[in-house]
Design a protein around this ligand. Structure first.
Ligand code: ADE
Length: 254
């Protein structure tokens, strides 16, 4: 999968892209990220990329010309692939959206900055606007990395274990079950007996129940979109009858 990233701050990307799984994905040829500095596409002496907004109100707005020039100069006119703008006003990024975006072989991402981009960029260049959550960051660079990371781990072959992405929180619509590794006992806290039993069917059922429990306790709204088996439903009913509650928040439960 190839990403063309358009940004005023290309220097923030390599430290993350050149580490861990994203680094390996690039080495193995699964991922290519081309960074384009929007400032390189300015034509004025001072390389201006932003100006105050018409109508006043403070803040700065990214000018349209360098953004159009950068994207069209790189991807053609019209651009050869979807052009995404990372903005808090966009559609919320979900695993479902990530699964469908992962079908593309090439995506362009514009990382907005300052107060935003000139509306003509959104209207005539951008094909999709995406937000990573209902909070506002100083720019679209971290959201761009979040999107690249989320999509890269869905590329077949990128994760060592091919089932890893399928088992993730959200992949099945449920939050993931708890994980344990060695040592068997730490500060008196033991790994649940069942996980050491070697009984795979029972382990699978325990994990499924833990996923159901977590989802019910932390994100109950996710359960309403799912087709649950009778066994799942029975477990959830038992939970409700027992009235157990774990808000998934340490300070609230201490
Ligand atoms: N830019 C600033 N905040 C953002 C957010 N929450 N999502 C995407 N882009 C952003």
């Amino acid at each position: 999968m190839k990403f063309d990233v358009f940004t005023l701050f290309p220097e923030v990307f390599p430290p993350y892209l050149d580490s861990s799984i994203l680094h390996r994905a690039q080495e193995m040829g699964y991922l290519q990220v081309d960074l384009h500095n929007i400032r390189d596409w300015t034509t004025d002496k001072h390389h201006v990329t932003d100006e105050p907004p018409y109508g006043g109100g403070g803040g700065m707005v990214m000018k349209p010309e360098p953004v159009f020039a950068a994207v069209e100069g790189t991807l053609g006119d019209p651009p050869c692939c979807p052009v995404i703008l990372m903005t808090p006003q966009g559609e919320l990024l979900t695993q479902e959206m990530a699964n469908s975006l992962a079908e593309y072989s090439r995506l362009a991402i514009v990382a907005g900055h300052y107060e935003g981009v000139d509306e003509r960029v959104r209207e005539h260049l951008i094909t999709r606007e995406i937000s990573i959550g209902d909070y506002v960051l100083t720019g679209g660079e971290l959201p761009t990395l979040v999107l690249i990371d989320t999509l890269t781990r869905l590329i077949p072959g990128v994760l060592g274990n091919p089932q890893a992405a399928e088992k993730d929180s959200h992949a099945s619509g449920l939050l993931e079950h708890p994980h344990y590794t060695r040592p068997e006992e730490y500060r008196g806290w033991k790994v649940p007996e069942i996980l050491r039993s070697g009984h795979h069917a029972k382990i699978d059922r325990w994990r499924r129940n833990q996923s159901l429990r977590r989802t019910q306790e932390r994100r109950a709204e996710l359960l309403s979109n799912l087709d649950l088996s009778d066994e799942d439903q029975e477990f959830l009913n038992q939970l409700k009858d027992a009235g157990s509650f774990d808000p998934g928040n340490k300070s609230a439960s201490e």
